[in-house]
Design a protein around this ligand. Structure first.
Ligand SMILES: Cc1cc2nc3c(=O)[nH]c(=O)nc-3n(C[C@H](O)[C@H](O)[C@H](O)COP(=O)(O)OP(=O)(O)OC[C@H]3O[C@@H](n4cnc5c(N)ncnc54)[C@H](O)[C@@H]3O)c2cc1C
Length: 379
């Protein structure tokens, strides 16, 4: 039998594609997990942050000309309508982030219902693909399957324990596609010896601003056992390649506001006392009344507004929420998501070189790209 469409990967993008393709009976959805949508299930702390109120190219590490039409055409309003019409209840966090009201399983239930007529093979691992004449032949652990269209929706490398694999990149490479270097992203940073003192602060959270690659992120930073983490760090990791980033430990304060105070510095700085003491020690500033600080000490204190921090590395794919890099989008048509090299071969979702910051942007991309691809295939 030759299917019309084989979809590799039953994650966010694969499920949304199957849900939007006409003639469901001619689709084969292949997933090597024993369940569909494993990442959706654990995402957003179990409540799946599936989109955001404000979405633009600047929320992504991607070629803007590739993503802009799809994130505009199949935007948050389209996505909210899709889920709302099917009964999803949601809530908004941090004024822009849309989450399922009670559990990620609500989204999964909706998507599964939409694809109930689709032939689905679970526990089926794709091993390789070839194209003979106009037909794709997909080799799996349980046999070979054939289709006219092949859609690679196999995601990135993060969280291998719930199914991530390099198969999408391997298939792309075998058809002559370029893979932009893949790296863990939305992940914590490990420390150089110069910041080993951060470890003593493990478990403490502070509000900071981080500047990286011309972008600034504000939010919570968590001192962790092996380094630093928290939303602001995860966002910074998306844009950090190597070298220094700058941490502003006092994002809501100008140092000159402290100058005439008679209070002890450690009480004056709007930081947990343990953090204030550790930073003062690092900057060789004695804790004393602010108005008694020497000129040199004021200069050192300014460092807290632009603390230069060079990560040693990151916590790796086991902790990273996403993978940056992937199939080069210059070789994929932005409207149809079809390969420019091989007819009827498509790439959607995270397998592409498109990565969003925290806040629902990665699911939005997975769903938008899937819908664009479905529209093209439906004709
Ligand atoms: C812990 C965690 C929390 C997250 N939270 C959020 C969030 O709240 N908001 C947000 O926007 N993003 C979040 N993300 C990112 C988001 O989950 C992904 O960007 C999104 O799932 C990508 O969709 P996808 O369809 O491209 O890939 P996936 O959803 O990863 O789906 C790919 C599927 O392909 C299957 N597969 C892989 N290899 C094979 C093979 N050889 N054979 C058969 N099947 C295969 C996988 O098992 C998987 O089911 C989170 C990620 C993690 C890890």
């Amino acid at each position: 039998m030759v299917y019309e469409n084989i979809i590799i990967g039953g994650g966010a993008s694969g499920l949304m594609l199957a849900a939007n393709l006409n003639s469901k009976k001619s689709i084969l959805l292949i997933e090597h997990n024993s369940q569909l949508g494993a990442k959706i299930a654990i995402s957003g702390g179990g409540r799946c942050n599936f989109t955001n109120k404000n979405i633009s190219c600047s929320d992504y590490l991607a070629d803007c000309s590739f993503i802009k039409n799809n994130i505009k055409k199949y935007n948050n309003r389209w996505l909210l309508k899709f889920f709302k019409n099917r009964g999803l209840e949601f809530s908004i966090k941090n004024s822009t982030e849309y989450f399922c009201k009670s559990s990620s399983s609500e989204i999964l239930t909706i998507l599964k219902k939409e694809i109930k007529e689709v032939r689905t093979k679970l526990n089926c691992e794709v091993l390789s693909v070839v194209k003979k004449s106009d037909i794709f032949e997909v080799t799996t652990n349980i046999g070979k399957f054939k289709a006219k269209n092949l859609i690679v929706a196999s995601g990135g490398l993060s969280f291998a324990k719930i199914g991530a694999s390099p198969i999408g990149y391997e298939i792309a490479k075998s058809f002559g596609h370029t893979i932009i270097d893949t790296k863990p992203a939305l992940v914590g940073f490990t420390l150089q010896p110069s910041e080993a003192f951060f470890k003593e602060l493990s478990g403490v959270s502070v509000e900071v601003a981080i500047k990286v690659d011309g972008k600034e992120f504000k939010g919570s930073m968590l001192f962790a056992h092996k380094g630093i983490s928290g939303p602001v760090v995860l966002n910074a990791s998306l844009f950090w390649e190597k070298g220094f980033l700058e941490i502003d430990f006092l994002p809501n304060l100008e140092i000159k506001e402290l100058k005439n105070s008679t209070k002890m510095l450690s009480n004056l700085l709007p930081l947990p006392k343990r953090v204030a003491m550790a930073l003062l020690k690092k900057l060789e500033i004695k804790d004393k009344n602010a108005n008694r600080l020497a000129k040199e000490e004021w200069k050192n204190l300014e460092t807290l507004k632009s603390y230069k921090f060079a990560p040693a590395g990151n916590f790796g794919y086991t902790k990273a929420e996403v993978t940056k890099g992937g199939v080069d989008t210059f070789e994929v048509d932005s409207d149809s998501l079809m390969s420019k090299k091989v007819n009827n071969l498509f790439f959607i979702g995270e397998v592409l070189n498109v990565t969003g910051r925290l806040g629902g942007f990665n699911f939005q991309w997975a769903f938008s790209s899937a819908k664009a691809c479905a529209d093209y295939i439906n004709g």
